[in-house]
Ligand binder design. Structure first.
Ligand SMILES: NC(=O)c1ccc[n+]([C@@H]2O[C@H](COP(=O)([O-])OP(=O)(O)OC[C@H]3O[C@@H](n4cnc5c(N)ncnc54)[C@H](OP(=O)(O)O)[C@@H]3O)[C@@H](O)[C@H]2O)c1
Length: 246
């Protein structure tokens, strides 16, 4: 992996942060994209203290100019881009009847449009190189729908559909590999955005009785996918806690 360059969105916490650290430990130069700059700066320092290379890319994934700037900074610093991890996401679960429409909007903007914008920004470089690997973080929620998860699940189904479309158009033809990662419940800050008190309590109850995955468990899955030989495309990985069952 030495000499490879990766851009990781949502690198300021959870799965994104753990993935950036693990890729850097394996010789990858990492661009760290998110809004909370102080978190990214601390992570970059941590990576550099271990001998890795990191670039802080402060930005909002829903703003196309921020996305374009981040990719421009990466290519200016390192000239190429080999791996994109589309990880930034929100999960303000709510029951449809409670009409949290502003939260539906945010999920569509970050979870779907953010993935589209960042993919569009890196694609010209990958097409020119005739190589690249895009890793999209969907979810077990991209495979089945549960109460209070209708909109979140819709966004994660969309990520899976978009990944399949990218693979159909770009993998054989342009040698750009596409991997969809589908985690079950991972202990991160993701559920902090839930404001619908009806589901917040139920969700907390469910997760407290379970040994949840750690962010590093998902980072290892991503590392597995991106370290396969060029002729191997790991299309999908579904990883769930043993206690979750389905
Ligand atoms: N945890 C789970 O159980 C689980 C399960 C399946 C799938 N996933 C998926 O895994 C991904 C990572 O989630 P996580 O669990 O690691 O949660 P997390 O710790 O809350 O991380 C979410 C990341 O997304 C970033 N983000 C949110 N809105 C953004 C915006 N507008 N612009 C740029 N970055 C933004 C956040 O950074 P800033 O706030 O600093 O911008 C943060 O770094 C998500 O796509 C999530 O849907 C998680």
């Amino acid at each position: 992996m030495n000499g490879k360059v990766a851009l990781i969105t949502g690198a300021s916490s959870g799965i994104g942060s753990a993935t950036a650290k693990m890729l850097a430990q394996n010789g990858v130069s990492v661009g760290l994209f998110a809004r909370r700059e102080e978190r990214l700066t601390a992570l970059a320092k941590d990576i550099e203290s271990e001998g890795g290379s990191a670039l802080v890319l402060k930005g909002d994934i829903t703003k196309r100019e921020d996305v374009a700037n981040a990719v421009a900074q990466i290519t200016h610093s390192w000239q190429h881009i080999d791996i994109l991890v589309n990880n930034a996401g929100l999960m303000p679960l709510s029951f449809i009847k409670n009409l949290h429409i502003d939260e539906w909007d945010k999920m569509v903007d970050v979870n779907i449009k953010g993935v589209l914008y960042m993919t569009a920004a890196v694609l010209p470089y990958m097409l020119k190189q005739c190589s690249g690997h895009i890793v999209n973080i969907s979810s077990v929620a991209g495979r089945r729908v549960f109460p209070a998860g209708a909109v979140y699940c819709a966004t994660k189904y969309a990520v899976r559909a978009f990944s399949d479309g990218l693979r159909a158009e770009l993998t054989a033809e342009n040698k750009i590999r596409i991997t969809t990662i589908e985690p079950g419940i991972v202990k991160t800050e993701l559920a902090d955005s839930i404001t619908d008190m009806e589901i917040k309590g139920q969700f907390a109850e469910r997760t407290v009785s379970m040994r949840q995955l750690q962010s590093g468990d998902i980072a290892r899955s991503i590392l597995y996918a991106v370290t396969q030989p060029d002729y191997v495309d790991v299309a999908e990985i579904l990883v769930i806690p043993t206690d979750q069952g389905t």
